[in-house]
Design a protein around this ligand. Structure first.
Ligand SMILES: [Zn+2]
Length: 367
């Protein structure tokens, strides 16, 4: 099978175009759309690839609804709704119409506290924070849901669970979530708890602490702290480190072809892999791994990395000390990976990183 992975440089977000060709079949798959502001980069690459794929997008996967993944999807639907064959997206209600009305009422209540929240943010001197991104992601999901209705695409949507695959390409399967795991987060996904979390964060001044995370990491490096056992110093839980429900149920997919294994992880976390008992032979000793959550230290454990033991790692990230986290990089150095770790934005001029079935990595620069 001919395989091409195009990881667009959208900093800490995901926009990946995967193309597959075998015998008489071919497929162009889009995994997430990155932040809205980077959509032109994604579109440019799509335009280049589409003519070789009968001008069809065979599958769009919305791994989860954070705006660094779903933001570009809205614009993509405007441009390509007529040529999309199938969409994998999880819902928080039975139908998109119900989902839209639920989200509108949740957002109404958020808007009431948002002013207070913004004031706090200004006082703390923080320009950007995860909670705002959660609200933005929620708004993006609302807009994407409305577009799917507007373009009459609901019948093309599917809520994929473990074991599902792309028609004609049994090599491309869903690894996570199982329906049971997804449903265990449904209450949170509906937004009933995230409003509460945001209020708690305001009261706990948690935002200030988080903004120092990267600073502390850098200090540790400067202090020359012992890096001889980096793997054992990795996190053991995502949930205890405030990784959100929508991240934990990200659609994780596996491509198994030409005796190679390629794993696409979205922003899934440690419990996604460890609690669902899915660390089996299928995802052991990978040839290629998309590191979860842009290389955040909260989403990757020692157990995961020993199991994955990947030959090549791609990270869609800014390329700072905590994205990908230096302990993860250090741990991978002692695995099959060694120095085969490629970060999209480690060179800001990068348009996309490309990987093919022969194991070649190419960094394509903006022109
Ligand atoms: Zn993300």
């Amino acid at each position: 099978m001919e395989i091409e992975i195009n990881m667009i440089n959208v900093e800490d977000g995901d926009a990946i175009i995967l193309t597959l060709k075998k015998e008489d079949k071919k497929a162009l798959i889009l995994i997430d759309g990155g932040y809205k502001k980077y959509y032109p980069k994604l579109k440019k690459r799509l335009e280049e690839l589409l003519p070789s794929f009968d001008n069809k997008i065979d599958l769009v996967i919305c791994t989860h609804y954070d705006n660094d993944h779903i933001g570009g999807i809205e614009k993509m639907l405007d441009d390509y709704h007529q040529i999309i064959q199938e969409i994998w997206i999880h819902k928080i209600s039975d139908t998109l119409t119900e989902q839209v009305s639920l989200m509108k009422s949740e957002l109404d209540s958020i808007e009431k506290i948002e002013e207070e929240y913004k004031r706090f943010k200004t006082l703390a001197g923080i320009n950007e924070h995860q909670d705002f991104l959660i609200i933005e992601g929620y708004r993006d999901l609302l807009r994407v849901s409305e577009k799917l209705i507007q373009y009459d695409l609901e019948s093309k949507t599917k809520e994929p669970t473990r074991g599902d695959y792309l028609e004609g390409f049994e090599e491309f399967t869903v690894i996570s979530p199982t329906a049971k795991y997804y449903n265990s987060f449904l209450h949170e996904l509906k937004g009933e708890t995230f409003l509460k979390d945001i209020r708690n964060n305001i009261s706990e001044n948690k935002m200030i602490l988080e903004s120092f995370e990267e600073f502390t990491d850098l200090q540790e490096i400067r202090k020359g702290i012992d890096l001889s056992t980096p793997c054992s110093r990795l996190e053991k839980s995502s949930l205890k480190n405030s990784v959100t429900a929508t991240n934990m149920v990200s659609i994780v997919t596996l491509l198994k072809a030409n005796d190679c294994k390629y794993l696409f992880t979205g922003d899934a976390g440690i419990e996604t892999f460890e609690d669902q008992n899915i660390l089996d032979e299928d995802i052991k000793n990978l040839d290629w791994l998309d590191l979860p959550h842009h290389g955040s230290k909260n989403n990757t454990s020692e157990i995961m990395l020993s199991h994955f033991n990947p030959k090549t790692v791609f990270v869609s990230a800014r390329g700072t000390a905590n994205r990908p986290h230096y302990l993860i990089k250090q741990c991978l150095k002692n695995k099959e990976t060694g120095d085969n770790i490629f970060v999209t934005n480690s060179d800001e001029e990068t348009w996309y990183l490309k990987y093919d079935e022969n194991g070649n990595t190419e960094r394509i620069l903006n022109t």
